[in-house]
Design a binder for this molecule. Structure first.
Ligand code: GTP
Ligand code: MG
Length: 376
């Protein structure tokens, strides 16, 4: 947002600078005629005098990037793509175990304390077609990762342990899925435990779900609930076929023949390997050698690794992939996009960094009740 000085604003809206300054003081802002106001404050101030500000910005390289990131809508260029399915739920309800069972892998045992602390993204074959799964942590500390998972997904699998029922992060997960406007399928997990697969217990949990707005199909609602056990494998084939049916209904498509765009799920600095970012390609095809902007980082893709850590040459729509070659660790949750030229990529990354610095500075300078108390 371009800042505007009190003087310029006064000239633009034809209100005397003194009046603006007096109003600002009334709003608790000490200002002079040369003070610059950000867009929100300037708009609010103008509103006080009955003037609606229209903010026109010069086009930047970033605008071009955002344009090139806009979804392809021309049917002709679209091909079917794998569904992206995110697993959400309360801590320890069995999300990673369920995914292990689906993948015939074993991640749970390698996790420290049995608690997932990362987003994991994997691709599996089902009936000869790939499905992408995103595993998220259930611990209350990882809200942002759950939100990120919900934002990139086509369908949410909500794992609810049948011995525990709807818990705080179950409710939080439902909120993320609703905010992202994606369908939810419930896996009523740990159904192998003694005394949980009883009508009274199952009805109790259905009631808890219904209270959160998830009305079970069995009760005349539209939420599919599949009883699962990652110990016996019960319900896992059912869950997969339910997911397949919902995915088919949504007719998921993307254009594979365009510069890639997608979302950064996770990023870190690795000793020896430099900046590593796990991204989900949402459209286009990402290739080794592509120049990309990812959050406020940029660079040329040096290598791509699939979900099993094997080097690959390219990654199409709905593929999770680890990339190396970025100059700084991007913020997870940010978008990425491939652009044809390094100079422009650098320019966009630098604009974004500048903005992040300004935001951080503004935060430091803002007096809040909390840091006022902390200073006392
Ligand atoms: P966070 O990622 O930390 O939120 O946990 P999670 O939801 O991924 O749970 P995880 O898969 O790590 O499983 C937690 C515990 O529940 C482990 O000890 C599993 O062995 C156990 N568990 C998972 N699924 C089942 C199940 O279907 N039946 C039984 N009896 N135990 C299960
Ligand atoms: Mg887990």
């Amino acid at each position: 947002e371009p800042p505007i000085s009190v003087r310029t604003l006064s000239e633009e809206i034809g209100i005397k600078a003194n009046e603006l300054l007096r109003k600002l003081m009334g709003m608790g802002e000490m200002a002079t005629i040369n003070t610059t106001l950000d867009e929100d404050l300037a708009s609010m101030l103008a509103m006080e005098f009955g003037v609606e500000l229209e903010v026109v910005r010069a086009r930047t390289a970033e605008d071009d990037l955002l344009d090139s990131l806009a979804p392809q809508e021309d049917e002709e260029h679209l091909s079917p793509r794998p569904p992206v399915i995110t697993i959400l739920g309360h801590v320890d309800h069995g999300k990673t175990s369920l995914l292990d069972r689906i993948r015939k892998a074993n991640v749970v045992d390698s996790e420290s304390g049995g608690i997932t602390q990362h987003i994991g993204a994997y691709q599996v074959e089902y009936n000869g077609k790939p499905i992408t799964f995103v595993d998220t942590p259930g611990h209350e500390a990882f809200t942002a990762m759950r939100a990120r998972g919900a934002n990139v997904t086509d369908i949410v699998v909500l794992v609810v342990a049948a011995d525990d029922g709807v818990m705080p992060q179950t409710i939080e997960a439902i909120a993320h899925a609703k905010a992202a406007e994606v369908p939810i399928v419930v896996a009523l997990n740990k159904i192998d435990l003694p005394n949980v697969d009883t009508p009274s217990n199952v009805n109790k949990i259905y009631g808890e779900l219904a209270q959160q707005g998830l009305n079970p199909v069995e009760w005349g609602g539209d939420i599919e609930i599949v009883k699962t056990s990652t110990v016996t494998g019960q319900g896992v084939p059912d869950l997969l076929s339910t997911l397949e049916t919902i995915a088919e209904l949504h007719d998921l498509k993307a254009d594979p023949d365009r510069p890639a765009r997608g979302t950064c799920l996770e990023a870190s600095l690795s000793e020896g390997r430099g900046v590593l970012a796990t991204v989900l390609v949402q459209e286009g095809t990402l290739k080794v050698g592509d120049v990309l902007v990812c959050g406020d980082g940029f660079g040329r893709v040096r290598a791509l690794f699939n979900d099993r850590g094997r080097p690959i040459e390219q990654a199409g729509p709905s593929t999770p992939v680890e990339i190396s070659g970025l100059d700084v660790v991007p913020t997870a949750g940010e978008n990425f996009g491939v652009i044809d030229d390094v100079g422009r990529a650098r320019e966009i990354a630098e604009t974004r960094r500048g903005r992040a610095r300004e935001a951080a500075q503004a935060e430091r300078q803002t007096v809040t009740l909390e840091n006022l108390y902390n200073r006392m």
